[in-house]
Write a protein that binds this ligand. Sequence first.
Ligand code: ADE
Length: 420
Amino acid sequence: MPVPHDVANINLAPEGVRRIDWAAREMPVLRLIRERFQRDQPLKGIRMTACLHVTTETANLAITLRDAGADLRVCASNPLSTQDDVAAALVKEYGISVFATHGEDNETYYRHIHQALEHSPQLTMDDGADVVAVLHKDRRDLLPGVVGGTEETTTGVIRLRAMAADGALGYPIVAINEADTKHLFDNRYGTGQSTIDGIIRATNVLLAGKNFVVAGYGWCGRGVASRARGMGAQVIVTEVDPVKALEAVMDGYRVMPMAQAATEGDIFVTLTGDLNVIDRQHLEAMKDGAIMANSGHFDSEINLKALTAMSEGRKRVRDSVEEFRIQDGRKLYLLGEGRLVNLAAAEGHPAAVMDMSFANQALGAEWIALNHARLEKQVYELPQEVDEEIAGLKLHAMGIKIDYLTDEQKRYLTSWQEGT
Ligand code: ADE
């Protein structure tokens, strides 16, 4: 009897299994956690809803949660990021309920979230806080049964902190993004590589010599800027935070307002978490042929309404590339419908980096399952030791040894009497 599901094509399962196994090779930390979870069963009998990008890496996390004893339902955290073969494999080969189809419309996206909530979860796992939002807006009847949750990404954590500040958050949530072994690696190296990967897969343009505009110099923006520079692009950074702007200057990038960058850029990537970062006046100033992509969580960063209104026609010119014919004769190009380009046009972050993010997710789920009774309805961070454990395991898996403090050094660092 198959588990409840809605996937595009169940016959894609064998290909999904092959690709899930390939990702597993690069996820040694999650593998060790899975082995312990199989023995200890920390999530035994716990109903969970996980709203994540349905990728090969997420499949490895889902299998880990299943092996920990969880009764898991998975739905997508973005309509374009689902890998249909992975969704099929999870259902057919691993017995995990999945509600996700690549390219689903908005209505189906939310129907799938509702279906993934139908078994009344006790724990939630989110990437962008859409499950939390649906629970708090449409399914408040389920809230009393939820004891805790985890959240993967910067945008989701910002949403949750706003809810907690308003006294609106219904249960405690662990902010996975705040772990050093998450944002310093996933946001920087994962987004750095996968965003460039998405742009190249979509367009096959040469980056060398191009003016490449990065909007936002958080961890994701830093990653993309450094990888674009590595490919020979001339990188321009736009920022609203003076400290981050100064850091970008001292990292060697040109920094300027978007109004000026718009006139110079050949390729634009937004990673700010805000809306209309590329607005109508910027679209009006752009060069003919400019290419735009977003790598922030939501498709709000490029003003798509204005772009559509300014255009007299639009057509798909390649997979993931749409051409907008502007009334003044220019052509502007949008990648992946303005949704996360690294997942819409490529495969998201590589497994080696998701290994650490999802090790945090797995340990975060265990932590909240153990500790929820003493927690407030607030946003929590994982203890520092978890970060150290994950980093240590990753180094071990990479065959890298490091130094340890001697007793003399420990004494020196903890003593206020010693000096020059
Ligand atoms: N977010 C970014 N990349 C991802 C991936 N490969 N799998 C799941 N979530 C992601």
